[in-house]
Design a protein around this ligand. Structure first.
Ligand code: DC
Length: 217
C-alpha cells in the first residue's frame, strides 16, 4: 500500500507553511517544508562564496547538503538555521538557486524520503506536479500579493526581524514572477489541484476549508 501524500503548493506567504504544518500535526502525518531545502542551499552557497549563477556548483552543494530537520529546528551540520534562512536576502537567493534543473534534481530523492507511514503533508511549489505526482490530494493555496505582503510583514516583525511593507510587496512580486516563469517545475496551479484562495479568510477559516477539502478525498 502506498503512503498517502497531501500536496500543498502555492506562492510565498500564502499561508501554506502554517496550514500544512498544522494539518500534518492534526493527522499525525510527517511534514515536509520543501522551501526550507532550497533556502538552506542558498544559505550555504552564500557562506561558501558559491556564485548564484554557478548551477553545477550549487547542484553539488545540494547533493551533499548536511541538513536535517528536528521538530522546529533546521540543522545544517549541528547549527540550527531555522531563523537564518527566513531573511529576505535568503528568500531571493533561494528563488534563484531553484531555477537550476540540476539543483532540483539533486533535492528530489531527499524530498521523496519524507514519504513515510502513516502519511505526509508536503508543501512547496511542485509537490503535486513533480515530486509527488500521485499525491492523494493536491491543493493550490494562494492569496492576493497585498495580503501576502502584510502577512509576511507581520511574520518578520514577530520574529524581531527588520521589515518594510513596500519593499516586501515588490520583492514578493519579483519572486512570484521568477517562480512562475522558470522553465523547470514552475509555480502553477496544476489541472488536478484544488484552488484555495485565502485572501478574505482568517487562518482559522482557511484551515477549516483545507480540512474539508482533505476529508472529501
Ligand atoms: O516556500 P518558500 O518561500 O520557503 O520557498 C523559497 C524558494 O524556494 C521559492 O522562492 C522557490 C523555491 N522553491 C521551489 O522552487 N520549489 C519548492 N518546492 C519549494 C520552494
Amino acid at each position: 500500500m502506498t503512503v498517502p501524500v497531501i500536496a500543498i503548493d502555492g506562492p510565498s506567504a500564502s499561508g501554506k507553511g502554517t496550514l500544512a504544518a498544522r494539518l500534518a500535526e492534526k493527522l499525525g502525518f510527517h511534514y515536509l517544508d520543501s522551501g526550507a531545502l532550497y533556502r538552506v542551499v542558498a544559505l550555504r552557497a552564500l557562506r561558501m562564496g558559491v556564485a548564484p549563477a554557478d548551477g553545477a556548483q550549487l547542484a553539488e552543494l545540494a547533493r551533499t547538503l548536511p541538513v536535517s530537520f528536528r521538530d522546529h529546528a533546521v540543522l545544517l551540520d549541528d547549527e540550527d538555521v531555522a531563523t537564518a534562512i527566513r531573511t529576505e536576502e535568503i528568500s531571493m537567493l533561494a528563488s534563484g538557486v531553484a531555477v537550476f534543473p540540476a539543483v532540483r534534481e539533486a533535492l528530489l530523492a531527499r524530498q521523496r524520503a519524507f514519504r513515510r507511514a502513516p502519511g505526509l503533508v508536503a508543501e512547496g511549489r511542485d509537490m503535486g506536479s513533480v515530486v509527488f505526482p500521485d499525491a492523494r490530494v493536491k491543493v493550490f493555496l494562494t492569496a492576493s500579493a497585498e495580503v501576502r505582503a502584510q502577512r509576511r510583514y507581520k511574520q518578520l516583525i514577530d520574529q524581531g526581524l527588520p521589515a518594510n511593507i513596500d519593499a516586501l510587496l515588490q520583492e514578493l512580486r519579483a519572486r512570484d514572477l521568477r517562480d512562475s516563469q522558470r522553465a523547470v517545475a514552475p509555480l502553477v496551479c496544476a489541472p488536478d489541484a484544488i484552488l484555495l484562495d485565502t485572501t478574505g479568510l482568517d487562518p482559522e477559516s482557511a484551515f477549516a476549508v483545507l480540512e474539508r477539502i482533505v476529508q472529501g478525498h
